[in-house]
Write a protein that binds this ligand. Structure first.
Ligand SMILES: Cc1cc2nc3c(=O)[nH]c(=O)nc-3n(C[C@H](O)[C@H](O)[C@H](O)COP(=O)(O)O)c2cc1C
Length: 197
C-alpha cells in the first residue's frame, strides 16, 4: 500500500459506501498518540450542503469534487491537566508506564482549562499519524485521497459552526481515483540518512 499510494486529485462521482467510510474512521481511531491523548477529531462532509459550506475556504477545486471530505481537527481539551492525567493514569493502571515516569508528566506545567491551551507540536504529530492511517486504509479499499493544507482553516471552522475548542488542521478528500499518477520524486536513501559524529 505504501508503494501504491498516490495523492489523488481526480475522483469518480461514485459515492463511497458507509462501510468504507467507517473503516477509514476506525483506522484513525486506532492510531497511536503521545500519552494516548487521542487529540484528533473529524467532521465528515459527504453531501452538497456541506460542500457548499466548504466552497469559500478551499483553494483547489478538486477537494469539492471528491464524494467525501474529512475535516481533520485537533481538540484543545485533550491538553488540559484533567484529561492528560486521566490518560496517564490509564497507562499506569495497565502497567504500560511506571508511576515514576508518570510523575514527570504530572510535574509539567499544564493548562487547567481549555482556553489556556496552546496546542503543542506533539498534537500535530498525533493527528498526522491518524490521518496517514486513514490515507493507507483508503488506498487498501481501492480509494484515493489527498492530504490538503492549502485552504483557509478559520473559514472552514466558521462555516461549519465548529466549537471554539476545535482547531481545523487539514482536509482529506476521499473517492474512487479517476487518474493514475506516476510516483512523485523522492530523495534517495543516502539523502535522508545522516551519519552521527
Ligand atoms: C501535510 C501535507 C499537506 C499537503 N497539502 C496539499 C495541498 O494542500 N494540496 C495538494 O494538492 N497536495 C497536498 N499534499 C500532497 C503532496 O503534494 C504530495 O504528498 C507530494 O507531492 C508527494 O506525492 P504523493 O503523495 O503522490 O506521493 C500535501 C501532503 C501532505 C503530507
Amino acid at each position: 500500500m505504501i508503494e501504491k499510494r498516490r495523492s489523488i486529485r481526480q475522483y469518480k462521482p461514485d459515492a463511497v459506501s458507509a462501510e468504507d467510510l467507517e473503516e477509514i474512521i476506525e483506522a484513525a481511531r486506532l492510531a497511536p498518540s503521545g500519552t494516548n491523548r487521542q487529540p484528533w477529531r473529524f467532521v465528515l462532509i459527504n453531501d452538497e450542503a456541506g460542500k457548499e459550506k466548504l466552497a469559500g475556504a478551499v483553494v483547489q477545486p478538486f477537494v469539492l469534487h471528491a464524494p467525501a471530505v474529512f475535516i481533520c481537527c485537533l481538540d484543545r481539551n485533550a491538553y488540559t491537566r484533567g484529561l492528560v492525567e486521566k490518560r496517564m493514569k490509564e497507562l499506569v493502571r495497565s502497567n504500560v508506564v511506571s508511576e515514576e515516569a508518570a510523575g514527570y508528566i504530572y510535574k509539567r506545567k499544564m493548562p487547567e482549562q481549555t482556553e489556556d491551551v496552546v496546542i503543542p507540536a506533539s498534537a500535530y504529530i498525533d493527528l498526522g499519524i491518524a490521518v496517514e492511517h486513514m490515507v493507507l486504509t483508503a488506498a487498501a479499499l481501492g480509494l484515493g485521497s489527498c492530504w490538503v493544507r492549502l485552504f483557509d482553516p478559520k473559514q472552514v471552522h466558521e462555516s461549519l459552526g465548529l466549537p471554539g475548542d476545535i482547531e481545523v488542521v487539514a482536509l482529506l478528500p476521499v473517492g474512487y481515483p479517476a487518474e493514475e499518477p506516476s510516483p512523485r520524486p523522492r530523495l534517495d536513501r543516502d539523502q535522508i540518512m545522516i551519519e552521527a559524529k
